[in-house]
Design a protein around this ligand. Structure first.
Ligand code: ZN
Length: 416
């Protein structure tokens, strides 16, 4: 009996000691976690790669690393729901295994992003190559919409091939790799019909996943009202919301008014995604939309080689644009964390609930005189700009702009 009692006491003490030990504690930041309705000064503790606690005054005496985050914003690691990261060496390809896609780790952590969703760069023919080459090599969590085109986003020529748009094989591949594939993408089709959308929805129905539509290039132009109210299902995604091109009907009309059916479509459950990219974020569409209360459901970059060196830049620059248009920090963080997590049916992501994988971003909000470019080379002035101080992926510091997580160089002697 005494032995059992002392063993119980020993186990209890061990648990108590372990309970006080954290790998990382982020102290005193403004924690914004829309899923948990948090927007207050709190500490965040991490242990074994998971969020251990979010509370005031978490003791740090037994923490391995303490990060002082006073004056900073602490949020879930961002989810960028529209990117192109199937990088490779096929010089004939546009994005699939091509030079236009980017290796994720080089462009994510420095922008507070811990999860990217590749937007249809691969299709059922080359998804496995994408997995081996990118998903399995990246520290960034990489999920994917796969293209309804078997060849993925190889080129505009291949995107016209209705014979390569196979809903059965697409759904089969999603089923095989359901851990990584979150949906189906339709893109860059120029025909005057909805066939690729219908095929993508068919695959989506078979696999139980949403469809993301890039509706850019139909000739003659097709009605987005028909797309939203008749073709897509609630939960399906319209990306490149703020485009202004010849062959894509706009969301804002020539009198700068958001078209009434847009609100109707959003109410119906169509997800409006930003997908800034190299050509799909035009101030003349964005500014009236936000002013008239049409806010995007998800804020994403459409990251690729041509967008990141132009107006888009990165996720922090994009979030800053919406902050300067009057959206709150909670609104922009929600639309880049918990909202996309729900859209892609990954409720375990995009929040800081205890037990969740510790993907965390820490931002500084600068005040000053800044300029923000759209995709047509036009600039909007702003006074707020976000910068990523620190990013943790699964509890590990993977980006630390100012060395907040490490000791000063002269506080301890150098050792081999
Ligand atoms: Zn894209």
């Amino acid at each position: 009996m005494t032995r059992i009692l002392s063993l119980t006491l020993f186990l209890w003490c061990t648990l108590l000691v372990q309970g006080q030990e954290y790998d990382v504690v982020i102290k005193g930041g403004q924690v914004i976690d829309p899923k948990n309705n948090l927007n207050e000064l709190l500490d965040v503790a991490v242990k074994d790669g998971k969020v251990a606690a979010v509370a005031a005054n978490i003791p740090v005496s037994n923490a391995t690393t303490v990060i002082q985050a006073q004056g900073l914003y602490v949020t879930p690691g961002l989810i960028d729901m529209h990117t192109h990261v199937f990088q490779g060496t096929d010089v004939d390809s546009y994005l699939a295994n091509g030079l236009g896609s980017l290796p994720p780790d080089g462009f994510t952590f420095r922008a507070g992003v811990t999860t990217v969703v590749d937007a249809g760069t691969s299709g059922w023919r080359n998804f496995r190559q994408f997995k081996h080459q990118t998903i399995d090599q990246a520290q960034t969590r990489v999920l994917a919409f796969i293209s309804i085109v078997g060849a993925g986003m190889y080129g505009r020529l291949e995107a016209q091939n209705l014979n390569d748009m196979d809903p059965v094989l697409t759904a089969f591949m999603i089923d095989l790799y359901s851990e990584h594939i979150v949906g189906v993408k339709k893109h860059h089709y120029r025909g005057d019909n909805f066939t690729p959308v219908e095929r993508a929805v068919e695959a989506g129905n078979m696999a139980g996943v949403p469809v993301m539509v890039d509706f850019g290039e139909h000739d003659p132009m097709l009605s987005i009202k028909t797309l939203f109210l008749e073709k897509l299902r609630p939960g399906d995604i319209f990306t490149h919301t703020y485009s202004y091109t010849n062959n894509r009907e706009t969301v804002v009309d020539e009198n700068n008014q958001v078209k009434p059916f847009i609100f109707q479509a959003q109410k119906r459950g169509i997800i409006f995604d930003v997908g800034h990219g190299g050509g799909s974020f035009i101030w003349h569409q964005v500014v009236p939309s936000i002013k008239q209360g049409f806010l995007p459901d998800v804020i994403s970059t459409d990251l690729h080689f041509w967008s990141m060196n132009a107006g888009m830049k990165d996720m922090t620059n994009l979030l800053s644009k919406f902050l300067n248009l009057g959206m709150t920090m909670e609104q922009v963080i929600g639309r880049s964390t918990w909202e996309p997590a729900q859209v892609i049916q990954r409720p375990q992501l995009g929040h800081l609930s205890p037990g969740a994988e510790a993907d965390i971003a820490v931002f500084r909000l600068h005040e000053g005189d800044f300029g923000f470019m759209d995709a047509r080379g036009r600039m909007m002035k702003g006074t707020q700009k976000l910068e990523t101080e620190l990013t943790l992926r699964a509890g590990k510091v993977v980006w630390d702009l100012n060395g907040l997580s490490v000791p000063a160089w002269d506080t301890e002697p150098l050792k081999y």
